[in-house]
Design a protein around this ligand. Structure first.
Ligand SMILES: [Zn+2]
Length: 186
């Protein structure tokens, strides 16, 4: 699929898919991870985070996860060591938009892969003549063991074992990987 189509898909998903934002407690230490400006500033930031956590602001030190869901398909992106005043504060940050885009891109790739798989599954298989390694003629016959043959090889085969002509419907079924009974139902 072209890059243009992929980009359109990402844009459509970021508008129409269900987008969930969740936050979980960050297990990494606040000290050394939240701030690295200077001893005074770092101590102030770390204290602010601890105060906020105590006050019930889970966004003060957390792992944020954006999940994008569409018709049973989903993808997510996470960001650790987040420190915000609130969920709204996080949503206003550019990181949130980046995460939505990242998860939407991953979901777009999953949908493209599913679409490619469907196309492959429904593409008829090339039936080969068992009458000779080099025979590339169109299949018209089947023997009682299920081997398929072209008309000339099928007629040769008929001399030795039960071998009959296939109907167009049967050929279509075989091309889709389905099995058919040798004996036709009457
Ligand atoms: Zn043949």
């Amino acid at each position: 699929m072209s890059e243009l189509l992929r980009n359109s898909l990402i844009a459509a998903l970021s508008k129409r898919a269900e987008i969930k934002l969740t936050c979980e407690p960050e297990t990494e230490a606040i000290e050394g991870n939240a701030s690295a400006i200077g001893p005074k500033e770092d101590a102030e930031t770390n204290q602010w985070i601890r105060d906020q956590l105590n006050a019930g602001n889970e966004w003060a030190w957390c792992v944020a996860t954006v999940t994008v869901n569409y018709k049973g398909f989903s993808a997510f992106d996470t960001l650790g060591a987040c420190s915000y005043k609130s969920e709204d504060d996080f949503r206003k940050d550019g990181y949130f938009t980046d995460m939505v885009n990242q998860a939407s891109a991953e979901l777009a790739d999953k949908l493209i892969a599913a679409s490619t798989a469907i196309t492959e599954l429904l593409t008829p298989m090339k039936l080969e003549c068992a009458g000779g390694d080099t025979c590339t003629k169109v299949i018209t016959h089947i023997d009682h063991k299920g081997w398929t043959y072209c008309t000339s090889h099928g007629k040769q085969r008929q001399i030795y074992v039960p071998c009959r002509k296939l109907t167009a419907t049967e050929i279509a079924k075989l091309e889709c990987g389905e099995t058919i009974p040798y004996r036709r139902k009457r």
